[in-house]
Design a protein around this ligand. Structure first.
Ligand SMILES: [Zn+2]
Length: 143
């Protein structure tokens, strides 16, 4: 029988069965990698994801709350520096219409003045670009 994990894009990335080299940072329970879809005005958009599969924030064990949020904060600081942003926006979606990958994740987006409407179209970012973005972030991720 197919489990949720077998079909999960983020489980495949976290385990490096897909998009090898794209992981920017990892610790025991959380992993950071660039989003496959990014807005041209917000390049360097990262996802903070749990290593284990949970559908969304509703299913996250409370014991992981601090690690997930703490990692989102460290990621935001590093994103701001790595991508020379003025600031960051953190977003998190649970169930449609907001959520489209059903493995809990937090979006960390670099923000620039005049970068427009965050709901404007996203574009697929090729793996080589995502690997380069991951490397830029990696050196700036302090625990
Ligand atoms: Zn998953």
């Amino acid at each position: 029988m197919l489990s949720a994990m077998d079909a999960c894009l983020f489980c495949e990335i976290v385990s490096e069965r897909r998009d090898r080299g794209a992981i920017a940072y990892q610790e025991e329970e959380v992993v950071v990698f660039p989003s496959r879809e990014q807005r041209p005005m917000n390049q360097g958009h990262m996802l903070v994801v749990t290593r284990r599969h949970f559908r969304n924030l509703y299913d996250l064990p409370p014991a992981l709350d601090a690690e997930l949020l703490g990692c989102a904060r460290r990621t935001a600081r590093a994103v701001q520096q790595a991508f020379r942003a003025s600031g960051t926006t953190i977003r998190q979606n649970n169930e449609p219409p907001g959520q489209d990958v059903f493995h809990v994740h937090v979006h960390v987006m670099p923000r620039h003045f005049n970068d427009g409407d965050l709901s404007a179209p996203y574009q697929t970012v090729d793996l080589a670009t995502r690997v380069e973005q991951a490397q830029r972030l990696a050196g700036l991720m302090a625990r």
